[in-house]
Write a protein that binds this ligand. Structure first.
Ligand SMILES: *Cc1c(COP(=O)(O)O)cnc(C)c1O
Length: 402
């Protein structure tokens, strides 16, 4: 695959009439090395954020050896893509029996999460050997419900055992687990490291209540990326705060610290070139939308950075909203997206930071959702990992590299 310079050169040379996904393996590799080298423990990539086989390969090549999978299809995907070496952890707390059985007996998965006695029993049954003996090599992580109050996207309602009910489940899990873990998820795009401190205090209470020996503390995902209006503290702050809080927990001497970043390892990997099909006042009709990579713009008011690729546009920036290409009124993205006031039909726009929950969200609804993927060599529109971060206390918008 040939490598292009940047979005502008792709738009100029190909004049694409369908959206084009741009891959930035160098940026994803840099993110992987950052976590592999600086997180004070083990980093599991949460595959659901972006299951692209190319991205999985980049992360593996740059030091990510563990993968957090949430379905049997993700388990198979990582095995098919990367072979037998990576360690796969099945971290969805509610799994079909057949999925656990296949993951354990065929794909070598030994780590599972759970938040109920029903799931614990299911895991024990599905992992018995041919003679009916209970497995002796399970790492089982009990998912604790924690607050999502510091995150942009809550993950607090669906999964996790309440602190008040955690002790008997931890004790029962300890009976059958070779390694016992506690995991949680503070919600996606956690805007302050304090989210993890608060969650780890709840972990401390659970351990004290249950009086069990804990071998794994898994702080989950939630590590933020950079978007318009959302500029979090530098990633190093998260790591040092988590390190300090985890060090003080009453866990076994040889215990391990894990994290499960999805967004933080994938956000910078993709951007996308879209074309303006029509302009109606401050509304731009573009060829990608809510049933595609811009799902989060329509459904959770997410904003992604944008730039117009037509250099002839020179008026100042104004706020625009987008309509996607399907016939559906819901295919609307309010933004605001800051673009030149004289932008017109036919112009190309690059939408940045789409690697996490962007490229992965595309559907074929209404005949859209196809198109090229190309590699580019320029920097992503913002990065947590290139040393360019301004002091978050003195800036309030995206760090632009141009
Ligand atoms: C979605 C998810 C992640 C990744 O979350 P990010 O906010 O993208 O880092 C990690 N762990 C679990 C269990 C998840 O469901």
């Amino acid at each position: 695959m040939s490598i292009h310079l940047d979005a502008s050169s792709v738009a100029r040379t190909l004049a694409p009439t369908e959206p084009v996904i741009l891959n930035r393996p160098a940026a994803a590799g840099r993110a992987a090395r950052f976590f592999a080298q600086k997180f004070p423990g083990k980093s599991l990539y949460a595959v659901k954020a972006n299951p692209s086989p190319d991205l999985l390969g980049v992360l593996w090549d740059n030091g990510i050896t563990h993968f957090d999978t949430a379905s049997i299809v993700e388990v198979r995907l990582v095995r098919d893509t990367l072979g037998p070496e990576p360690t796969l952890c099945f971290m969805h707390p509610v799994k079909p029996f057949a999925a656990i059985h296949e993951a354990y007996h065929i794909h070598g998965v030994r780590t599972f999460s759970l938040d109920s006695f029903d799931e614990l029993e299911k895991i024990v049954e599905a992992t018995r050997d041919a003679d009916g003996e209970v497995a002796s090599d399970l790492s089982l992580c009990v998912r604790l419900r924690v607050s999502s109050e510091y995150s942009q996207l809550s993950l607090a309602a669906k999964f996790g055992v309440d602190l008040a009910d955690a002790a008997p489940l931890l004790q029962a899990t300890r009976q059958v687990a070779d390694c016992l873990g506690i995991c949680f998820h503070v919600g996606s795009q956690a805007m302050t490291p304090f989210a993890y401190v608060q969650a780890l205090e709840r972990v401390r209470a659970a351990i004290v209540d249950a009086s069990v020996t804990v071998d794994i503390i898994d702080v989950g995902g939630g590590f933020p990326s950079i978007y318009p209006g959302m500029e979090p503290a530098p990633m190093e702050d998260y790591f040092s705060v988590i390190h300090r809080a985890a060090e003080s927990l009453p866990v076994s001497y040889s215990s391990e610290l894990w994290c499960e970043p999805g967004r933080a390892l994938s956000a910078e990997y993709n951007s996308m070139i879209v074309q303006v099909d029509k302009r109606r006042g401050k509304e731009l009709f573009i060829n990608e939308g809510a049933y595609g990579a811009l799902y989060d713009c329509a459904h959770v008011d997410w904003r992604f950075p944008v730039r117009c690729l037509n250099e002839a546009r020179e008026e100042g920036l104004e706020d625009f909203s987008f309509y996607g290409p399907t016939c559906d009124d819901a295919d609307f993205m309010e933004g605001p997206f800051r673009l030149p006031a004289d932008i017109q039909a036919g112009d190309y726009i690059e939408i940045g930071m789409l690697g996490a929950y962007g490229a992965a969200m595309r559907t074929r609804f209404n005949g859209f959702g196809t198109g090229l993927a190309l590699e580019v060599s320029d920097e992503p529109m913002a990065s947590q990992y290139n040393g360019s971060r301004k002091d978050p206390r003195s800036s309030d918008n995206v760090v632009s590299l141009r």
